[in-house]
Design a binder for this molecule. Structure first.
Ligand code: MG
Length: 366
């Protein structure tokens, strides 16, 4: 029996994780729930799972729910923490988890993108378990593999704009972009999939999770091959199947040896023909920018993340079109002076100053 804290419980990953817990026959007991403005859904979850600690980060939370100050207690009273908080706001929970030495099932990739250095000890101890489907695939492919890995190839669906010209994609609005062709996810990650900012973040995430292995990415519109590991002899290993986040979630929560709760009934004859191609830089200008921030290191990825969060909000509010997101990220990275990302405060400082730069870039674009 494992006591599980689900952070971000009302989002897509959190809800699916709770279904896995519900079907686990007591192997996963939900000890804590945390959401932002969870409302009636969080109340239902609290009642259904009888979690001892329920946190609503929103200031106008219902009585009986606790605030962010209860997070350390929630982590301390669990055996496993699922961090499925959206965006850079998830870093604090990951840092608390690392400090407490608790295994961290990580769906919040921003924790590694902006604060990888702060989690290095926890990563080195093998206590960060990826939930992201691509990294879960790499994790599983490397488990028990005795041949040396020579490379990681992440696959990208290309999002809603993949069949458009660069001009059409740049002019796309939220109504087009929020229709993701293969994965059903929250709004920010759906937009990040259309710009490939999400994939660039995953490249950075892979560097932290699998240090020393070169990482690249290809377009694979069908999302059937969930990434590949190239071994020393050039042969490739991957996991294949129709996209379903329940598989990586349960792998992270239950471990590889445990009886599965969810069993896919997928068959290769259900799959469309599989295609792979290089990522066109003119269709996805933000991809190269964010990968460049990853290579620059220090607080550059934190600046890129903050710029993207501000730009995606502006996009969802109808203030800019899709192409504006890369413009904002580019403008911020050009003006941002990186410094070492060696403390939580340093990362937050980078976040604040990049947000201010992003707001002024948005102003200049009006
Ligand atoms: Mg992913």
């Amino acid at each position: 029996m494992k006591r599980l804290a689900v952070l971000g419980s009302t989002g897509s990953i959190g809800r699916q994780a709770l279904e896995i817990a519900a079907g686990s026959g007591g192997r996963l007991v939900v000890s804590a729930l945390c959401a932002r403005g969870g409302g009636s859904l969080l109340e239902q979850q609290a009642e259904r799972f009888g979690a001892a600690i329920v946190i609503d980060v929103a200031p106008d939370r219902p009585s009986g729910f606790r605030g962010m100050e209860a997070l350390e207690e929630a982590v301390a009273s669990s055996d496993l923490v699922l961090n499925a908080i959206s965006g850079g706001a998830g870093l604090e929970a990951s840092v608390i988890c690392a400090r407490a030495g608790k295994p961290l099932a990580l769906a919040n990739k921003e924790s590694l993108v902006i604060g990888g250095q702060l989690l290095q000890g926890h990563l080195g101890a093998g206590l960060v378990i990826p939930v992201d489907s691509e990294h879960s695939t790499i994790w599983r492919c490397l488990a028990g593999e005795r041949k040396k890995p020579a490379g990681i190839i992440l696959t990208a669906s290309g999002g809603a704009v993949r069949d458009m010209s660069p001009g059409q994609a740049a002019a796309a609005g939220p109504e087009t972009v929020l229709r993701h062709p293969t994965w059903s996810m929250g709004p920010r990650i759906t937009v990040d999939s259309a710009t490939l900012v999400n994939k660039a973040f995953e490249v950075i995430e892979a560097h932290w999770l699998f240090p020393g292995i070169p990482v690249s990415a290809v377009l694979h519109p069908q999302s059937i091959v969930h990434s590949l590991v190239r071994l020393a002899d050039g042969s490739m290993k991957g996991l294949l199947g129709s996209p379903d986040m329940r598989l990586p979630i349960q792998h992270a929560l239950l471990g590889g040896d445990s009886e599965p709760v969810f069993v896919s009934t997928d068959s290769p004859t259900d799959w469309p023909p599989l295609a792979f191609s290089a990522i066109p830089g003119d269709l996805y200008p933000a991809f190269g920018l964010v990968c460049g921030a990853g290579e620059a290191g220090m607080t550059s990825p934190a600046a890129a993340n903050a710029a993207d969060e501000v730009a995606v909000s502006a996009f969802l509010e109808g203030r800019i079109r899709l192409g504006g997101i890369a413009e904002v990220i580019g403008a911020v990275l050009e003006r941002f002076e990186p410094f070492p990302a060696d403390s939580f405060e340093a990362v937050m400082e980078a976040d604040r100053s990049a947000r201010a730069l992003a707001e002024s870039a948005l102003e200049a674009m009006r």
